[in-house]
Ligand binder design. Structure first.
Ligand SMILES: [Mn+2]
Length: 256
């Protein structure tokens, strides 16, 4: 059979040119399993682009020989350091995102992806932030340092040559300061994302009639409604509504 005259489209939504899913690594802590599930649900439900959500579990990384450092006294979650394995876990290819599990997404992740600029090694919300609380979540000590909270949601240009620094060896031995302050990068290699994508509950404020301040992703950084002590925090109602929605959907899947 001849195929003369048949022209394959250069780009289309057809199977051959399917968009690669955006890899989203979510910090996982067994004490906050529900937070992880609700965060994941909130992303998937609103996303108009293909995404692949991968929990970063310390126990698995240890089993696979990618993580071996001893737990320090200032680590409030199991993903305090493992998050910096994101470029490695993405095979140092393309853009991949890391996010803590204590986020609730209210907008389409495509809007965030569309902000990506290849000239940067990473992109994040650049908070100027000093927390008032001295303890967080279930009593773990809160430490204050420059660029606090910048590392809680980061778009990594995994293929950027500078991010090759983040080998498992470096992630396992470097200090918290080196990693959380992105000291392997120059300042102009760090792109800025509007704060509404890492809206800090208890710190950032919505300004009435100013859509630029409406959260696209809420970060329950002090602890969220999945902890008894934070059941009544700001935006608790939104998280609880999402949790109910997640649980209903999960129930439907079991019944099918
Ligand atoms: Mn957090």
């Amino acid at each position: 059979m001849s195929c003369e005259g048949k022209v394959h489209p250069v780009s289309s939504n057809g199977d051959m040119t399917k968009e690669k899913p955006l890899k989203i690594f979510v910090g996982y802590d067994p004490r906050e399993d529900l937070a992880y599930e609700v965060c994941r649900h909130s992303i998937l439900k609103r996303s108009s682009i293909p995404v692949e959500i991968i929990p970063i579990k310390q126990s698995e990384l240890r089993k696979n020989g990618l993580y071996w450092r001893e737990r320090g006294q200032f680590e409030s979650t199991e993903f305090s350091f493992t998050r910096f394995l994101t470029p490695h876990l993405a095979n140092y290819e393309g853009w991949a995102m890391f996010v803590d599990c204590d986020f609730l997404y209210l907008a389409d992740i495509k809007e965030l992806r569309d902000l990506i600029d290849d000239k940067y090694a990473i992109m994040c919300v650049q908070h100027d932030y000093t927390p008032k609380e001295t303890t967080k979540m279930d009593g773990a000590v809160q430490t204050v340092y420059p660029r606090k909270n910048w590392s809680s949601m980061v778009l990594y240009n995994s293929g950027h040559p500078k991010n090759k620094v983040l080998t498992p060896e470096v992630v396992n031995k470097e200090t918290g300061a080196f990693l959380h302050r992105f000291q392997w990068l120059e300042d102009d290699e760090i792109g800025s994302i509007p704060f509404v994508w890492n809206f800090l509950e208890g710190h950032n404020k919505v300004v009435e009639n100013d859509p630029q301040t409406f959260p696209k992703s809420i970060h329950y950084t002090r602890g969220g409604p999945w902890f008894e002590a934070w059941k009544h925090c700001e935006f608790a109602d939104l998280w609880l509504k999402e949790m109910e929605n997640y649980q209903q959907e999960a129930k439907k899947k079991v019944e099918k």
